[in-house]
Write a protein that binds this ligand. Structure first.
Ligand SMILES: [Zn+2]
Length: 386
């Protein structure tokens, strides 16, 4: 991935420092809702650099033990304010992570994820603002946000008070792919819960008095008009089924949870309606009762190629001799929330690979490139004096 890359200008990125910081972060536990240690470490690192980080109370709403860590780096020139953001939480298995460096590649020891998603993004931003200070590079106001609880449902971004972050554009560092990859399109997301209520009865003595919620739910699932990929823009999944009390009781309740995602809000609404309608009819035929909950977890976004944020990004990738690779993603990220809250945001790659698995890895050269890209974005932004 990195073979053809050569930094045109002399690099200011300190790869050793970048790797040291990344490994420090990896060794720190930071799973969903338990980001305390990580938040403390980030506040310490930012303070050591001479910045003045603060923590918000976003964690309280989800019973977490830490909030988003936020820093403003006051501008030295009059350029548009920018936000750089990465999430500090990692997925499970994520406790006791040990980084193993083998040449250019960093992996875990195989028993946990590496947490490059998204600690690589955090490390790249930390290195970039380190260089910014070290080299006394001119820049406009820069906001840095390290969010909590992204993996559990983008809760840190949802709780973020954007009125304190008047950035014109935001760059989230939370993508995979070659450096230069940028997610400009992401889906709308609906959470669906089907609660099927039957009637319990003794399975041996009086089964005819019962209504099996498991049977009704099974029929309803089998009758669903689609599952998996629906079309190029839309997917759906039924992820969990829970129910029943004991082998000898006709089950009176089953809960099935699912999701639908689509780049098109119209399609999302249409397919969600069809799913719910089909389920409802099946449950009725089975003489059970259905309670349905549909919740929009987050909205999608689309940043057109001729948007000014893309021109800025193009300038930055050009100056590094990197390709700009816009693409559409099937996943949600903090980027969705920022766009919904009114800051135009895109999600750029830091080179994370095999995320959410114990085979996760990242190349040091990719992290260094991603850091260069952050610095080039800041430089390019200075040319666009507001
Ligand atoms: Zn992530």
């Amino acid at each position: 991935m990195s073979k053809d890359y050569s930094i045109k200008n002399e690099s200011n990125v300190n790869s050793k420092r970048l790797v040291d910081v990344f490994c420090d972060l990896v060794r720190t536990d930071s799973t969903f809702g338990k980001e305390r240690q990580m938040a403390d470490l980030l506040i310490e690192k930012l303070t050591e650099m001479g910045y003045e980080p603060y923590e918000d109370n976003s964690g309280e709403a989800i019973g977490g033990n830490a909030g988003n860590v936020i820093t403003k780096i006051p501008g030295t020139i009059d350029a548009a304010p920018l936000l750089f953001m990465a999430h500090m939480d990692t997925v499970e298995p994520g406790s006791g992570k040990v980084p193993i460096i083998n040449g250019d590649i960093i992996t875990s020891d195989g028993t946990t994820v590496l947490g490059g998603d998204d600690l690589a993004g955090v490390a790249c931003i930390l290195e970039a603002i380190h260089v910014l200070k070290e080299q006394q590079m001119p820049h406009g106001d820069i906001y840095v946000v390290f969010s909590i609880a992204e993996e559990g449902g983008l809760f840190g971004a949802i709780g973020l008070d954007i009125s304190k972050i008047p950035a014109k554009y935001a760059f989230v560092l939370d993508e995979g792919g070659p450096i230069g990859t940028v997610a400009v399109k992401a889906p709308y997301y609906n959470k669906v819960e089907f609660k099927v209520k039957g009637k319990s009865a003794h399975a041996g003595l009086s089964p005819e008095e019962g209504v099996s919620a498991i049977k009704a739910c099974s029929v309803a699932i089998a009758n669903l008009p689609f599952m998996g990929r629906i079309d190029e823009d839309t997917t759906c999944n039924l992820g969990t089924i829970k129910g029943g009390r004991a082998r000898n009781i006709v089950p009176d309740e089953v809960v099935a949870e699912g999701e639908l995602r689509s780049i098109s809000e119209q399609k999302l609404n249409k397919y969600t309606d069809q799913w719910v309608q089909s389920f409802t009819e099946s449950i009725k035929m089975e003489k059970a009762v259905l309670e349905v909950k549909v919740e929009r977890s987050y909205d999608g976004f689309f940043v057109p190629e001729d948007h000014a944020i893309m021109a800025l990004l193009k300038k930055a990738t050009d100056s590094l001799g990197l390709p700009l690779l816009p693409h559409s993603t099937g996943g949600g990220s903090d980027t969705n929330i920022l766009n919904t809250k009114g800051i135009t945001a895109v999600n750029i790659s830091v080179g994370m690979t095999n995320v959410h698995s114990t085979n996760e890895q990242i190349a040091i050269s990719d992290m260094a490139k991603a850091t260069e890209l952050v610095l080039e974005i800041i430089k390019a932004n200075c040319m666009d004096i507001k």
